[in-house]
Ligand binder design. Structure first.
Ligand SMILES: [Zn+2]
Length: 318
């Protein structure tokens, strides 16, 4: 299990507060600027699994947002135990999943183009590879592919279905993947990672000198995040720990031996987010309406990149 160095409870003075938070991870140093003062940003219930409420705070000096009371890494597993966590499943139940699977197919081509635009080599590592759908797509485009996946079930499925090897995150962190890669991808995965420093160290050594690290994450500055508020699926508490935006992510990676060389958006995400967020809100789930909200968000991001629903960050070693 991934461990984290940040469980301090000193920041919380009252016994009562400690009691509430004793089973949670307390982060008292900003991962971006090392600031130690945070203000409440938004309280977000876990709509998917537990219905527990989690607080997102903002660093007073750099405005980086993160979850204040995340589950301890060793207890995080139970918050992923749902069939509805479609990112990790291949089931096709319900209209939402049907649209998700259709969109996923379209996205493969888009992602492949993003990758082939920046890399010459064909050695690809995908972290959070799930049951291997994306890796298999890339394998069919003549990439030499490897995965990293936390779920044993998905690792097994990936091998059986596509004959692709996926390692566990522990094997990655322990340096058991000895090869070096031309491109490493993390599609909506890094915001789930507790031990971000270990990952960055490992990826720095595991990436070839001209290699590219591609990290896609939701962006809370988008229109549909402000429209849906605590229902916005990009918050996805307590599974999403970190809420980066371009400014904070640039600072974050530069302190860890990388430079941010390019950013792109994922064009279908405003529509997908709007649909999922509306289903959490259980009002206005009427599809043309959610599509309309998605369209406003998509349109606004055309004029202001900072308002993109998701951002794909391209990093290279300094
Ligand atoms: Zn900060």
């Amino acid at each position: 299990m991934i461990l984290c160095h940040h469980y301090y409870i000193e920041r919380f003075e009252t016994l009562e507060r400690n009691k509430i938070l004793e089973n949670h991870l307390i982060i008292n140093t900003c991962p971006v600027c090392k600031g130690e003062k945070f203000k409440p940003s938004i309280a977000v219930p876990d709509w998917l699994v537990s219905n527990e409420t989690f607080n997102i705070v903002a660093c007073e000096s750099c405005d980086f947002r993160f979850i204040e009371n995340a589950p301890l890494p060793e207890n995080a597993g139970k918050y992923y135990e749902t069939e509805e966590y479609v990112e990790h499943s291949d089931t096709k139940k319900g209209l939402v999943n049907i649209i998700y699977h259709f969109a996923r197919k379209r996205m493969m081509k888009y992602k492949q183009r993003l990758i082939s635009d920046v890399t010459i080599g064909k050695k690809l590592l995908d972290i959070g590879s799930g049951s291997g759908y994306f890796l298999n797509y890339m394998k069919n485009q003549n990439y030499n592919v490897t995965g990293v996946e936390i779920s044993d079930k998905a690792v097994k499925l990936c091998k059986e279905k596509y004959d692709i090897t996926a390692f566990s995150p522990t094997q990655l962190i322990n340096g058991e993947i000895s090869e070096s890669f031309d491109v490493v991808t993390m599609w909506h995965v890094f915001e789930h990672v507790y031990s971000y420093d270990e990952y960055f160290e490992r990826l720095h050594s595991g990436l070839s000198d001209n290699g590219t690290l591609i990290i896609a994450m939701p962006n809370h500055q988008c229109f549909e995040a402000s429209y849906y508020g605590k229902y916005w699926n990009g918050y996805d508490t307590p599974r999403h720990l970190w809420h980066f935006v371009p400014d904070t992510f640039r600072r974050f990676v530069e302190a860890r031996g990388f430079k941010l060389v390019k950013m792109k958006k994922l064009p279908l995400d405003p529509f997908y987010n709007s649909m999922i967020s509306a289903s959490y809100k259980k009002r206005f789930t009427f599809l043309p309406f959610t599509f309309f909200i998605g369209l406003i968000s998509w349109f606004m991001a055309l004029f202001s990149f900072q308002k993109s629903s998701s951002i794909v960050y391209f990093l290279q070693k300094k």
